[in-house]
Design a protein. Structure first.
Lengths: 332, 282
């Protein structure tokens, strides 16, 4: 993982690839509208929506690994924060629903940016611990502060009747939510791809590969890193807000480190080196878990084994494996 | 007040037993062992099963030996292979291991909370400054002091201790000097996990046994290691006692902040001194 002169070439190539990317994106968006018809039942559709929330969260943590080279055990902090800010503001009618939505996305992003400014310099275990700390701290607050949102019991809330002039009834209908979540996922993946090709994205990648050298060339290394934290948090916050809206319910578990850990596993299994990897990992794991229903008791061990095997044997994850198989076919 | 202070020392002592194992493993193998809490828990469960069969002290011995063997196996199979890998990889692999071990415990012993018995010999109380104090808690303090002293003198005065300190500073240079770092680390990792088993058994009668018992104490002992400075034995000792006191007094005087205080302390220390109190290596 060194920045060599060779890395300049793909940049030129990717620029040319941007229209293709947009075409692919539009095609994916259109394809999204078929999802409600593919799903055989409301339950299947609901599962699909849940898997897409997972996919967004995994994309968020995977982006952090890919772009900053840092592992976070606390990405659920921003997932939960998004859901909580939205739910609490709406439930108490403190602001209009539109403002609540904007704050639900802006607050976690800002918190993550400030957090990023502090932790950007910290590496290794200390970094893992700090990210864990922010998630667990928020979990403790949500858990203990009963007046805030009923603590451990979680809180149900009613959606406002209208959001940006549109009726919100559909947001709790799986058919609508599947299409919405899918569209957001596609746009998010596209956005991340474009970011990673942008100047700032390239600088962030250079800092990941060799921070000292990047600083030596004259780049500020803290700011791009903090920006990556903020973008990752924004995506997590979107996922959290979507889930809270869909379920009409929030609970402290949304902050818990086991959720952060699960998202990290999804990202790694899918292949955090690729932007689509974490989302694919999340969806694959979600459906394997669903199929493994009767072995639910052993599920953590299954995930653990998969994680160990993937990390040691195929560090590029599912997407890396697919690419390698595809590459073999081309060469022949 | 004195009693509260002693209670803090009890928890600090347990944390020390656990975090010094983490420091040993990190020093030699550069592996951040997320599965350490799971080993602590399995030690407790093994001790529980033997104690339930009749002998509390037998449980202590069996758990420590079993965990030492487990550590040697882990080192030979997994940690050796991970040595050259990135930190991220080792974190992920040991995290996967944690998930596997937790499930193993659920399958063998179930999810229900179990009550670990106390040995008859230590079940009484003594008077300290006019208040009763359980003998067992004194026993925990004594165990951690004995371990701390013998570990410190082992590292300081023996030849192997010298090798361990050298290898923790720079494993490659040490092996160039003709020391078999792989064999050394077999001993050291085995010792680290044996200490996890020991603290599991010793903590058993104080906490109740559950498949998640390892998680909270693992987070606390990671905090200890980070505050003390990665790879520092002395730093871990000081930080463990500090966190023990904070944990205890926090629970009494600031119950709403409870488990957050150690986290906040860690954040503060890291901002103040990014490499921890001992400030040596990163």
């Amino acid at each position: 993982m060194t920045v060599a002169a060779g890395d300049v070439a793909p940049r030129v190539k990717t620029r040319r690839g941007t229209p293709l990317l947009l075409v692919l994106g539009v095609a994916a968006l259109v394809a999204g509208f078929t999802l409600p018809w593919i799903a055989p039942s409301k339950v299947a559709m609901s599962l699909m929506a849940q898997s897409l929330f997972d996919a967004l969260l995994a994309t968020s943590v995977g982006f952090l690994v890919r772009q900053n080279g840092r592992v976070s055990f606390g990405q659920a902090a921003f997932f939960g924060l998004g859901g909580y800010v939205f739910a609490i503001l709406v439930a108490r009618s403190l602001v209009t629903p539109e403002v609540a939505l904007v704050l639900a996305l802006a607050v976690p992003t800002l918190v993550a940016f400030l957090f990023g400014l502090v932790v950007a310099r910290v590496t290794g275990v200390a970094h893992a611990m700090l990210t864990l700390a922010i998630g667990q701290a928020l979990y403790e607050i949500a858990f203990r502060w009963r007046e805030l949102a009923k603590g451990d019991d979680g809180m149900s809330f009613d959606l406002p009747a209208r959001l940006f002039g549109l009726p919100t009834r559909g947001l709790q209908d799986p058919a609508v939510m599947v299409v919405l979540a899918w569209s957001i996922l596609v746009v998010a993946l596209l956005g991340l791809k474009l970011f990673s090709q942008s100047r700032t994205g390239q600088i962030a990648a250079a800092i990941r590969d060799n921070e000292e050298r990047a600083r030596f060339i004259g780049f500020s290394t803290t700011l791009p890193r903090a920006l990556v934290y903020a973008i990752a948090a924004l995506i997590a916050a979107i996922a959290g807000t979507l889930q809270a809206t869909y379920n009409g319910y929030i609970a402290p578990q949304m902050f818990h480190w086991s959720l952060s850990g699960a998202a990290l596993v999804m990202a790694i299994v899918g292949g955090a080196k690729f932007i689509v990897g974490p989302a694919i990992g999340a969806i694959v794991l979600f459906y394997i878990k669903d199929l493994a229903g009767q072995f639910a008791e052993y599920w953590p061990a299954i995930v653990g084994t998969v994680l160990v095997v993937v990390t040691l044997v195929m560090p590029e994850g599912i997407v890396g494996l697919i690419k390698r198989i595809g590459g073999l076919g081309q060469r022949r | 007040m004195l009693i509260q202070l002693l209670n803090g020392v009890v928890y600090g002592g347990l944390l020390y037993l656990l975090s010094v194992g983490l420091v040993l493993i990190f020093g030699l193998r550069q592996v951040v062992n997320f599965a350490h809490g799971a080993l602590f828990m399995i030690g407790a469960y093994i001790g529980y099963s033997v104690a339930a069969a009749g002998s509390w002290w037998g449980g202590l011995v069996v758990a420590v030996v079993a965990m030492a063997i487990a550590g040697c196996v882990l080192d030979a199979t997994l940690f050796r292979a991970l040595r050259k890998q990135d930190h991220i990889v080792t974190v992920l692999v040991t995290f996967g291991l944690l998930l596997i071990l937790e499930t193993l415990v659920t399958v063998i012993w179930g999810k229900a909370y179990l009550r670990y018995p106390m040995p008859d010999l230590l079940s009484g109380t003594v008077d300290i400054a006019g208040s009763p104090f359980p003998v067992y808690r004194l026993f925990v303090i004594v165990v951690s002091i004995v371990v701390a002293l013998s570990l410190a003198s082992w590292l300081r005065f023996t030849r192997i201790g010298l090798y361990v300190r050298a290898a923790s500073t720079d494993a490659r240079v040490t092996s160039i000097q003709g020391i078999n770092v792989d064999r050394l680390s077999l001993i050291v990792v085995g010792l680290g996990t044996a200490l996890a088993g020991l603290s599991g058994v010793v903590a058993g009668p104080l906490l109740s046994l559950s498949p998640t018992m390892g998680n909270y104490i693992l987070i606390d002992s990671f905090i200890v290691v980070v505050i003390g400075g990665m790879g520092s034995f002395g730093g871990a000792f000081v930080a463990a006692l500090l966190i023990g006191q904070i944990h205890n007094f926090g629970a009494i005087y600031l119950p709403w902040a409870g488990t957050m205080l150690p986290l906040l302390l860690m954040v503060g220390v890291l901002i103040w001194r990014p490499t921890g109190l001992s400030g040596a290596r990163t």
